[in-house]
Design a protein around this ligand. Structure first.
Ligand SMILES: Cc1cc2nc3c(=O)[nH]c(=O)nc-3n(C[C@H](O)[C@H](O)[C@H](O)COP(=O)(O)OP(=O)(O)OC[C@H]3O[C@@H](n4cnc5c(N)ncnc54)[C@H](O)[C@@H]3O)c2cc1C
Length: 422
């Protein structure tokens, strides 16, 4: 694996055979997460594909010319032509492998795969999920000198990293951008010394043995596991929703509202998330039609009043979506009046869905005692029914799901574990 500059780009990339080029930056957590995966894969694929890195900040002109807008970005070339889709953000090892495999013959792939050696690493504690709950547990454990690994299928931060503003996290007078708050939490825990394995595939979890497998070859073993995997947004299950997910139907205003400048959107929901996120969407969209199943919004009063005072917003109460389909660039939402059963079609440029969440427990639900809504039951020290397995944050059975409550759970679990391991 070599580092190049703009001067070498033509010779090393355009006039070479198969090349993967990593545009990286300094002070870039996703670049740090990618670096060991890139280096590891260069050892496996390096005889067939050239692995190159280029420092984006020192080669800005080239990055601009190639349309590289964020770090890291991986570009794949074959004989001077760019092949395969670019990878950016929290790049997973499995995504890079899929791209590399598409560039070489099947026999080569087989022989490369036979070289992959399983590894086993032992820790005191594995934390699954690097949202506020997991990050806080990691911080406390690290400060107690307990050897801890933080594992996440995405980049660290959890929901906070995509929340546009947080105004109720103590210690800040002004509202904080969610991504900054989560970045600070993550850096604090990482700088303490917690090992990070992020943007990985968690392929197996054995709660009894306290073992997990990531990226199919790396086994992590520990004395304790903390589950801090949070929640994912509920889907409505209406026809057309799955097909249009990410293609006009979104579950994240912070991620996607910016694409709706002066456009009309439909928002499904009426609780806190729907109201707060709609308020954010009003910065961009020209019109918002909210579809809510009840006769009044269920969000907190202050947020409701602010949203309803905005002339861009119109709420259709006692309505539910029945189906979604595309008409050219528009999304058609078919809605039903729950009282009259009358149906009508709304045309918009996009749809946002905010109708609650479900616990992320699919990898371990069979072993754990859950409440009737599928959240993990814990005792007051955050112990689950499986000895040595703790759970914290939004994934557990509790009344109030906030950053402060997740952080509190993480603190309690870490202190309880530190006492047990002492
Ligand atoms: C739109 C929105 C706005 C919000 N605004 C506020 C607010 O203003 N103030 C406030 O206090 N709270 C707010 N909340 C709630 C707050 O974000 C959550 O309570 C908090 O993030 C919960 O933290 P957590 O660590 O339990 O889970 P999460 O933040 O959900 O993090 C869970 C992490 O686990 C990872 N993960 C999932 N599955 C796996 C797996 N199998 N293996 C490994 N990792 C996995 C995820 O990638 C994620 O990083 C908001 C939530 C939303 C959705």
């Amino acid at each position: 694996m070599n580092e190049i500059t703009t001067l070498e780009f033509d010779k090393e990339v355009l006039e070479s055979g198969k090349v993967v080029l990593d545009f990286y930056s300094s002070e870039c957590p996703p670049c740090e997460a990618l670096a060991p995966k890139f280096e590891g894969l260069s050892k496996l694929y390096g005889n067939d594909i050239k692995f190159l890195k280029i420092f984006r900040q020192h080669n800005r002109e080239l990055a601009d010319k190639l349309g590289v807008k964020s770090s890291p970005t991986l570009l794949f070339f074959d004989n001077g032509q760019e092949v395969a889709e670019r990878l950016t953000g929290g790049v997973k090892r499995s995504e890079i492998i899929a791209h590399l495999d598409s560039m070489i013959p099947d026999e080569k792939i087989k022989s490369i795969k036979s070289l992959i050696k399983p590894t086993v690493t032992e820790f005191d504690v594995i934390i699954l999920g690097a949202g506020p709950g997991g990050l806080t547990a990691g911080l406390y454990l690290c400060q107690a000198k307990i050897n801890t690994v933080m594992v996440d299928i995405a980049l660290p931060g959890g929901h906070v990293s995509t929340t546009h503003e947080v105004s109720n996290y103590p210690g800040f007078i002004e509202p904080q951008a969610g991504y900054m708050l989560s970045h600070n939490m993550s850096e604090q825990t990482k700088l303490c010394g917690t090992v990070y394995k992020v943007a990985v595939d968690v392929t197996k979890v054995d709660l009894d043995k306290k073992e997990i497998v990531i990226d199919e070859f790396e086994t992590l073993k520990a004395k304790r596991i903390i589950i801090a995997t949070g929640t994912s947004p509920n889907l409505m299950g209406a026809p057309g929703e799955k097909e249009l997910k990410g293609k006009g139907i979104s579950y994240c205003a912070t991620c996607d509202a910016k694409y709706f400048v002066d456009k009309e959107v439909v928002v499904i929901g009426g609780g806190n998330s729907a109201v707060e996120e709609s308020d954010f969407i009003t910065r961009f969209a020209s019109k918002i039609t909210m579809i809510h199943q009840f006769d009044k919004l269920t969000a907190n009063k202050q947020a409701q009043e602010k949203l309803l005072a905005n002339t861009k917003v119109n709420v259709l109460y006692e309505h539910e979506p029945r189906s979604f389909f595309k008409d050219g660039d528009h999304i058609i939402t078919e809605i039903e009046n729950l009282k009259t059963k009358e149906r009508k079609k709304l045309t918009s440029d996009g749809v946002f869905v905010f109708i609650g969440f479900k616990a992320n427990i699919s990898l371990f639900k069979d072993k754990l005692e859950l409440d009737q809504w599928g959240y993990i039951k814990t005792d007051q020290d955050m112990r689950t029914n499986v000895p040595g397995v703790f759970a914290v944050g939004d994934v557990i059975s509790k009344k109030y799901r906030q950053i402060t409550t997740a952080v509190a759970d993480g603190t309690i679990a870490a202190i309880a574990i530190a006492k047990e391991l002492d």
